[in-house]
Write a new protein. Structure first.
Length: 292
């Protein structure tokens, strides 16, 4: 696989990274429902480039446990600091929003809460249960932190019965320390492996990585193999875009052709579903990956 890159120039974004912003009635309704229920979304807090497309279709990734993260990863735009308190009524408000929006598939994610004894696992579990009780037909996907590698909080989330468990590796092994705060490559892989080995294996396990942080194609392929070897079968690959000048710089723009090559390579390894493209993010078209 040949590396094809686009030189990164200040203020210059390749055409394939540009997307028109369109808002229609579904976008406004989604925004209003989330605002009414006092909910955060990773769509807004992490400046996801697909939020207009998703909201226009009445879908969103809901972020629980507040909007202050205890970690300070160099790729992420979510605010960091010391969170205050815990909203124990949040699960019911999330369930109400899911019902109002008539969602068929919902993704629940969170900031990292290392300040909590269980990392927020109880709220994750209660949110999953509240959604399933209120809208039995909905499928629930979770995108969680690593819970500091502890099995007990992880199993508490899995016991609640999400259809997909997602935890992102984010980048190749060599770049972990410079990009991720308080996380390690090995711990993330172990978290994914524990999820893959949980119960009867009915919960699909998913992860995602970003390209454009300075990795080589060989490192990406090694990472994909490591991920697969730890039981992951659903995969997302997207382009990293520095949210501000203070974050890790975007080192390269990977071409659409190269994303297709990585997708083909991932399927050749054995992954069951792969979403790979410049604008792909962890929860992009997540409902379509569930049906594989």
């Amino acid at each position: 696989m040949n590396e094809t890159t686009e030189e990164v120039r200040p203020g210059r974004i390749p055409e394939w990274m540009r997307r028109p912003i369109q808002t229609d009635r579904e976008y406004a309704e989604t925004h209003e429902v989330l605002k009414k229920n006092g909910l955060n979304t990773v769509c807004e807090d992490a400046k996801c480039p697909n939020r207009h497309e998703c909201w226009n279709h009445g879908t969103a990734t809901i972020m629980i446990l507040g909007n202050i993260c205890t970690r300070d990863c160099r790729f992420c735009s979510i605010a960091t600091g010391k969170p205050v308190g815990l909203d124990t009524e949040e699960p019911e408000r999330v369930a109400e929003a899911v019902e109002t929006l008539k969602l068929r598939h919902v993704v629940i994610t969170s900031v990292t809460r290392d300040d909590l004894p269980d990392g927020g696992a109880e709220i994750f579990a209660r949110t999953i249960t509240a959604i399933k009780d209120r809208v039995p037909a909905v499928t629930v996907e979770v995108l969680t932190p690593d819970f500091l590698g502890r099995k007990e909080p992880l199993y508490k989330v899995l016991d609640a019965g999400p259809i997909v468990f997602n935890h992102n590796v984010e980048t190749v092994k060599r770049l972990q320390r410079s990009i991720r705060s308080g996380a390690t490559y090995e711990r993330s892989l172990k978290t994914l492996q524990h999820a893959a080995e949980y119960g009867d294996g009915s919960i699909k396990v998913k992860t995602g990585i970003m390209l454009g942080l300075g990795e080589t194609n060989e490192e990406v392929m090694e990472c994909l193999q490591d991920i697969y070897d730890h039981g992951v079968r659903l995969l997302t690959i997207g382009q990293y875009m520095a949210p501000t000048r203070d974050h890790a710089h975007t080192k390269r723009f990977v071409t659409p052709k190269e994303f297709v090559d990585f997708e083909d390579a991932a399927y050749a390894i054995g992954f069951e579903a792969v979403a790979s493209g410049p604008l792909v993010r962890s929860s992009y078209r997540a409902d379509k990956m569930v049906t594989v």
